[in-house]
Design a protein around this ligand. Structure first.
Ligand SMILES: [Zn+2]
Length: 695
């Protein structure tokens, strides 16, 4: 009969669990976690202290697929029941009493939230992703973000590796074959904000103007990219502290790059993890840099980590706010035109989405990223204009002060805004938070406050006119000093025109602006290059932009076959972005260019093919797979790498790999080759392959 009692108990416990927050308040967690990367195993001992708010006989921790038992040092001795999702502690807990429980646990190959990345390569890493993935897959904790806990965790990792965790590093001990990194949080946080990263990291310390230590981590091979990658970090930090008007809420801040990250960045409390693919040199910085993500994750330290949403209905308080403050930080760095252009672009997207009936309310807990991030930022921009800067800043300050280290709702926020402004904000709430349609008229009225946007929209209005009717105006728009956004619009209009003398003249003028952004639009859009512009177009190969160089190389190669070798020679030593965009395009083109470096073709193919291997970030692998598909050449190694990739934890890459696999299987030769590989694949890979073979 034990079995039945057990089942009933579980059902009961599961049923009461959603109210646990009203019965128990978890205060501290203190533990030691050992990582065994060879077996992808975590072993830990953790003790929780909590106060019971009303008499209750069961409390629970979230813990997925773990072996758990009470630790030898546990003094309370509750009855412990472990399921695949939770650990239940049975005990006659009394109201207003504080208790401690201590458990030991083990988890092997966590399904999600903790990733062991290439432990057998030369740059292995372990890292976690709590939000949306549940840290309870590797750390017994509380999935509900409403119970905030002060975490103190010691991470034991193999010798030679650094563990980076939340809060202050209070102790570091090197033992015979392990290193122990002891971190302590001084403030309570939601469990999803706990994070760890383990790797062969170096670090550089900087400080904010107010003295907060900011640690910039990197792997040795990226040292030369340190400055452009982390450019403006201190300025962003100082700017946000001043702009928000409340001191940074924690004791320190760390930025940790990880490989194969499924997001751009994640705002774990004090410890932002971000995609290693943001590492860049100064040229790459121009097209793709870390500034926005850097500011976004830092803004979350106030909006999300310090004050956390009560439920997903309040998600605007996190993503909308982080997106808005990141945009303000970018305005500080890149200027007002940049700021208004970004607002303009997102208004265009939101309007078109809304016109198609796909608009969503910000209070919709299931809204998409466009709504939470971009409509969310727009709502704050409009609110600030409505109540005025002073009332807005006061409202933000009192909101953060009132709910410091707690959870809050959108109502809580609006209440503070109404107090600080003395205005009735019901209509704002109705139109911007509750309405699914985007308020494009409000947005347009706000955009028109920028003289740049007004001028930009005047050029857009020229679109339907014939070239001769608008020639003078377009010429004027390209005159020095050319606004880069307006220049790009002019180029787009010219590209749509049929060849003519006037078009040629204006295109020449666009080349001569020497504006990187305008020339980039030429590189991307002028796919059919007029002979008269060949020289001008060739000069794009030297522009300080890897996007421009890549587009220019490909288009020149396609337009002027007799000069292919000359173009390839120009870029033969360029790598490009982190994704090696130029190197890989160069390898591909040199393989298929007849007579070019003929004795090197095999070596070039091997190099390109090798970039599909698991030790590279998926951004690099995706690029390599795409190019191999173009030349339709796959080795056994490539097939294996593709099958491995179709099970990759980063969903974007998994999706890409499955789509490519499906495409390859349409051809008999690939079907046969893949089929013959089965004996060498693991069970999961065979399953994926069979699934697509059967379609
Ligand atoms: Zn965010």
């Amino acid at each position: 009969m034990k079995w039945i009692c057990f089942l009933m108990l579980i059902l009961f416990a599961v049923k009461v669990f959603p109210q646990q927050k009203s019965s128990v308040d978890f205060k501290t967690a203190e533990g030691t976690l050992s990582f065994f990367p060879e077996e992808q195993r975590v072993q830990g001992e953790i003790s929780y202290r909590f106060t019971v708010l009303r008499n209750i006989d069961t409390i629970a921790l979230d813990a997925k697929n773990m072996k758990v038992e009470l630790a030898p040092g546990d003094t309370l001795k509750p009855k412990l029941i472990n399921t695949t999702k939770k650990i239940y502690f049975l005990y006659p807990f009394k109201s207003n009493q504080t208790y401690a429980i201590k458990i030991i646990y083990e988890v092997e190959e966590p399904k999600q939230a903790l990733y062991f990345s290439n432990w057998h390569s030369d740059n292995p890493q372990i890292w976690s992703q709590g939000q949306g993935k549940e840290n309870s897959h590797w750390l017994p904790s509380i999935d509900d973000a409403n119970d905030k806990i002060k975490f103190t965790i010691r991470y034991s990792v193999p010798k030679g590796y650094r563990a980076i965790g939340n809060g202050t590093l209070v102790k570091h001990v090197v033992q015979e074959d392990e290193e122990i990194w002891h971190y302590q949080m001084h403030h309570p946080i939601s469990s999803y904000l706990v994070a760890v990263a383990v790797g062969k990291y170096q670090k550089k310390e900087i400080h904010s103007t107010k003295g907060i230590p900011i640690t910039l981590y990197y792997e040795q091979k990226f040292q030369k990219y340190l400055e452009p990658t982390y450019r403006y970090t201190q300025r962003i930090f100082d700017f946000l502290e001043t702009e928000i008007g409340i001191d940074y809420p924690f004791t320190n801040y760390k930025l940790v790059p990880v490989r194969d990250f499924m997001y751009a960045g994640m705002e774990n409390a004090t410890t932002t993890l971000f995609s290693e693919s943001f590492f860049t040199d100064s040229i790459g910085f121009i097209d793709r840099n870390f500034v926005n993500v850097n500011a976004h994750e830092l803004a979350h330290q106030w909006f999300g980590d310090d004050v956390t949403e009560k439920s997903s209905k309040d998600h605007w308080l996190q993503e909308g706010f982080a997106a808005y403050y990141a945009l303000l930080a970018e305005k500080e760095i890149f200027g007002e035109d940049y700021f208004y252009f970004k607002l303009y672009q997102s208004a265009e997207k939101l309007k078109s989405n809304s016109d198609q009936g796909k608009g969503q309310a910000l209070l919709n807990p299931k809204a998409n990223a466009l709504t939470f991030y971009e409509k969310g930022a727009w709502a704050l921009h409009i609110l600030r204009e409505k109540v005025g800067e002073e009332a807005f800043k006061n409202g933000i300050r009192s909101f953060l002060q009132t709910h410091a280290y707690q959870n809050a709702s959108v109502n809580d926020f609006m209440e503070q805004m109404m107090k600080s402004s003395g205005q009735d904000l019901t209509s704002f709430t109705d139109q911007w938070l509750k309405q699914s349609a985007f308020q494009d008229e409000d947005a347009l009225a706000s955009l028109k406050k920028s003289t740049f946007i007004t001028a930009y929209m005047e050029v857009i209005r020229l679109r339907p006119l014939s070239l001769s009717a608008k020639y003078d105006l377009l010429l004027k728009a390209l005159e020095f000093p050319t606004n880069p956004y307006i220049g790009q619009e002019v180029v787009q209009q010219l590209i749509a025109e049929n060849p003519s003398e006037q078009r040629l003249k204006l295109l020449e003028k666009a080349f001569e602006t020497n504006q990187t952004m305008i020339r980039q639009t030429l590189a991307e859009s002028l796919v059919k290059i007029p002979k008269e512009l060949q020289k001008a177009y060739e000069s794009l190969l030297k522009d300080p932009s890897y996007r421009t160089q890549e587009e220019a190389l490909l288009n020149l190669w396609l337009n002027f076959p007799e000069d292919r070798s000359r173009y390839l020679d120009r870029l033969q030593h360029t790598q490009g972005f982190y994704t090696k965009n130029i190197r890989m395009l160069w390898l591909t083109l040199s393989i298929v260019t007849t007579g070019y470096q003929s004795d090197q073709k095999e070596a070039h193919y091997r190099e390109l093919s090798h970039y599909t291997a698991p030790q590279y970030d998926y951004a690099i692998r995706e690029n390599a797979f795409g190019l191999l598909y173009q030349i339709n050449r796959f080795t056994t190694e490539n097939y294996k790498n593709l099958l491995q990739a179709s099970l990759h934890p980063a969903w974007q890459f998994q999706k890409f790999s499955k789509a490519l696999l499906k495409e390859l299987l349409k051809e008999e030769v690939h079907r046969e080759n893949l089929n013959s590989l089965k004996p060498e694949l693991n069970a999961q890979e065979v399953k994926v392959l069979n699934h697509y073979l059967s379609k």
